[in-house]
Design a protein. Structure first.
Length: 441
């Protein structure tokens, strides 16, 4: 496989074109959440939406906590790609496969403990709790597939095959939407149907793309993947350090969103459900803006591997600018169309009324958050994981402290204000650590 160098002058147009396939794949991911929320929000009872909100928050925290399987793969593969070391790329891929299977096995064994978590931390009715148990019981079984798909996405992003990584995600999401809609609307399986649709979609996608990836590696890299000489202490230690730092960082990040759900539940199930609807807008914006971050990860990793500081700095500047401009467009669209979208998601009048009152926050947050999203991509591509770990820990602790105070005195507005401040904390701390990356050149 012939490896081409990136130009030093990486323009905003180049970053945009590289990000186009990622836009569509990232758009598909929150679309699944919106469809699931809509399916539950139109069943006529708040309990279904409340249960889905809590259950998906827990499962998301678990799965996103192991996001290092994607992020760590991108940074390492991109740098090895810059060095044209294809055999080590394959070994990195296989090592992460083994790690993913080990993690998934442990999570499944902890299933009884995980299902019991909502009873401890969330104040819900017995009926809502039963619905949460149903969802978690099914979704936990999909974790082996979801973690392995993380690695495959990271691999393709790392070698700048964004079209393939996007096709993988889109395939999973479309299967998810079709199956969940069929199980809920046609078979009336309700919350069980939503979880089952996700389970089947993930395993079908995994089978398809494992076969595709095996053939891709043989054809493009001319290397046959083998589980040999994977246990190299120095390589494993480096992989562990990178992955562990990202794991801690992601664990804190996912906890912060679970914390939002927790504080919302303290305000009442109506606020919990309304916030679940509004969070779909935030998630949609974050996945859309992350397209630039994902593309930048590969470019940054390649530049670090080539020791090209001019290419690195140009990519950072232009990616941050285009991410911010795009966020402004998203906010404008939310300002115009948010009420119509909320009306589609739920037909429950009280939830519509509450959601309308807090629309201002989903308009303000995307441009502010665009900076921290893009900084994440830069640090991950440079495998500067210790710094993103420390920045996230500082930001989350600050967020928890401010959210407790603001929610107590300003209610749900205080909760949303604290989420805005959290995005600012993340940007400021990552900017503080930025010079650490320059020492790699």
């Amino acid at each position: 496989m012939i490896n081409k160098s990136y130009q030093s002058n990486i323009t905003r147009k180049q970053i945009f074109l590289l990000s186009i396939p990622v836009f569509f794949s990232n758009l598909a991911t929150p679309l699944v959440g919106i469809i699931d929320t809509g399916l539950m929000g139109n069943l006529g009872e708040v309990k279904y939406l409340a249960a889905t909100s809590i259950a998906t928050s827990i499962i998301t925290m678990i799965i996103w906590s192991f996001g290092f399987l994607r992020m760590g793969t991108v940074g390492i593969v991109a740098q090895l790609f810059g060095k044209s070391d294809y055999r080590e790329i394959i070994k990195t891929l296989l090592r992460n496969f083994l790690i993913a299977l080990l993690i998934a096995t442990i999570i499944i064994l902890l299933k009884p403990f995980i299902i019991n978590l909502p009873k401890i931390y969330f104040s819900t009715s017995t009926e809502t709790q039963e619905l949460i148990n149903i969802y978690l019981s099914v979704r936990i079984l999909s974790i082996p597939a979801e973690l392995t798909l993380y690695i495959l996405v990271g691999f393709y992003l790392g070698i700048q095959k964004t079209k393939i990584s996007s096709l993988l995600i889109i395939t999973s999401c479309l299967l998810n939407i079709v199956l969940s809609s069929f199980f809920v609307l046609s078979l009336d399986l309700k919350i069980f149907g939503v979880a089952l649709g996700t389970l089947i979609a993930n395993y079908l996608t995994l089978i398809i793309f494992l076969v595709y990836t095996y053939n891709f590696i043989i054809k493009k890299f001319q290397v046959i993947p083998k589980f040999e000489k994977l246990i190299v202490p120095a390589k494993l230690l480096k992989l562990f350090n990178i992955n562990f730092n990202i794991f801690i960082r992601t664990l804190f990040l996912t906890f912060s969103f679970l914390w939002v759900t927790y504080l919302g539940s303290k305000l009442g199930e109506d606020f919990l459900a309304a916030n679940a609807i509004l969070m779909q807008f935030i998630i949609l914006a974050s996945f859309f803006l992350d397209a630039y971050a994902f593309s930048t990860e590969g470019v940054v990793g390649f530049a670090v591997g080539r020791k090209n500081i001019k290419s690195f700095l140009t990519a950072v500047k232009n990616s941050i600018q285009i991410s911010f401009y795009t966020a402004l467009i998203i906010s404008l669209l939310y300002l115009i169309f948010s009420k119509q979208i909320i009306n589609i998601i739920t037909d429950i009048e009280i939830l519509r009324f509450i959601s309308y009152k807090y629309i201002i926050w989903i308009v303000i947050i995307p441009p502010v958050a665009s900076f921290c999203y893009q900084f994440d991509g830069v640090f991950i591509g440079a495998t500067q994981t210790k710094e993103i770990r420390n920045a996230m820990m500082i930001s989350v602790v600050s967020f928890i402290i401010t959210s407790i105070y603001l929610t107590e005195y300003f209610g749900n507005h205080g909760l949303w204000l604290s989420l805005l401040l959290f995005m600012i904390f993340r940007s400021l701390t990552l900017n503080y650590f930025f010079n650490k990356i320059l020492k790699k050149f």
